[in-house]
Design a protein around this ligand. Structure first.
Ligand SMILES: NC(=O)c1ccc[n+]([C@@H]2O[C@H](COP(=O)([O-])OP(=O)(O)OC[C@H]3O[C@@H](n4cnc5c(N)ncnc54)[C@H](OP(=O)(O)O)[C@@H]3O)[C@@H](O)[C@H]2O)c1
Length: 238
């Protein structure tokens, strides 16, 4: 798929990876970029091709309105996500796990269901921004890992359902990215632009799962070689 001339919709477009998607899509010649944000006043670019859309992906009304308004979109970037940084058992806020599921799993599913009819007509593409933590548990944020794992499985199902309609569905699995979400993580962290460039490259190539950055690529290789060994390392010897 070509970025030049495409019409994209990006969720969580006001900061972090989402804001970078908007910037790079515009730079590389997208015809229009719908920028979904919970607070549209927080959107940065004043490019006339950027169209602000109020969007909380857990709000069914917002999602339906966004899909109807942006029915010409042929590239859906499901980027919005949260990480409450909570373990499974010792969570300080037991509701965090449900919130992560609501946003990262159900919110993403809401968006795909709403945009699928128009994407089927355009034969477009869906980008689901997942995480390497969809493939393995980091105990200090186990509920985030579970929500991303659920979304990864769901993405596989959606991919199969949409393939006959010529719609590509990609899972993007980065390691730590240098954004607000990972502000308290130690380096190394990849720049948001590296994630966006990897997505653009993947849209020109074959493949369904895109591992971005050395950390994600190494963990994916370790999982393929010896799942138990890498799981033990990430679990800190537990
Ligand atoms: N940062 C990392 O290390 C990392 C690593 C792997 C994967 N990822 C994934 O990359 C994606 C982007 O994350 P980021 O690093 O850019 O994080 P971020 O800087 O925290 O930005 C998250 C974005 O998602 C939006 N959002 C959260 N809940 C939403 C909802 N219910 N409806 C609509 N928008 C919502 C936020 O909006 P508000 O401004 O209104 O809160 C914000 O725009 C996420 O899916 C994340 O899981 C991040």
């Amino acid at each position: 798929m070509q970025i030049e001339g495409c019409v994209a919709f990006v969720s969580g477009a006001n900061r972090g990876v989402g804001a970078c998607f908007v910037e790079k899509l515009l730079e590389q010649g997208a015809r229009k970029v719908y920028a979904g944000a919970r607070d549209i006043r927080a959107l940065g670019s004043h490019d006339p091709r950027m169209v602000p859309v109020e969007l909380d992906i857990t709000n069914a009304e917002h999602v339906a309105r966004a899909a109807a308004f942006a029915e010409d979109a042929n590239l859906l970037v499901n980027n919005a996500g949260i990480n409450r940084l909570e373990p499974a058992l010792a969570a300080t806020d037991p509701s965090a796990a449900r919130e992560e599921m609501e946003v990262n799993y159900f919110g993403t599913l809401n968006m795909i269901r709403a945009f699928a009819p128009s994407l089927r007509l355009s034969g477009g593409a869906i980008i689901n921004v997942s995480s390497i933590l969809a493939r393995i548990a980091l105990p200090s944020m186990a509920s985030l890992c579970a929500s991303k794992a659920a979304a990864l499985r769901m993405t596989e199902g959606v991919r199969a359902e949409l393939a006959p309609h010529g719609v590509r569905v990609l899972s993007i699995l980065p390691g730590a990215i240098d954004t607000d979400m990972s502000r308290d993580f130690p380096p190394p962290k990849i720049p948001a632009a590296e994630v966006v460039q990897a997505v653009f490259a993947a849209l020109r190539e074959e493949g369904d799962e895109v591992y971005v950055g050395t950390m994600a690529q190494q963990i994916a290789a370790d999982l393929a070689a010896d799942r138990r060994a890498i799981q033990t390392i990430l679990a800190g010897g537990v």
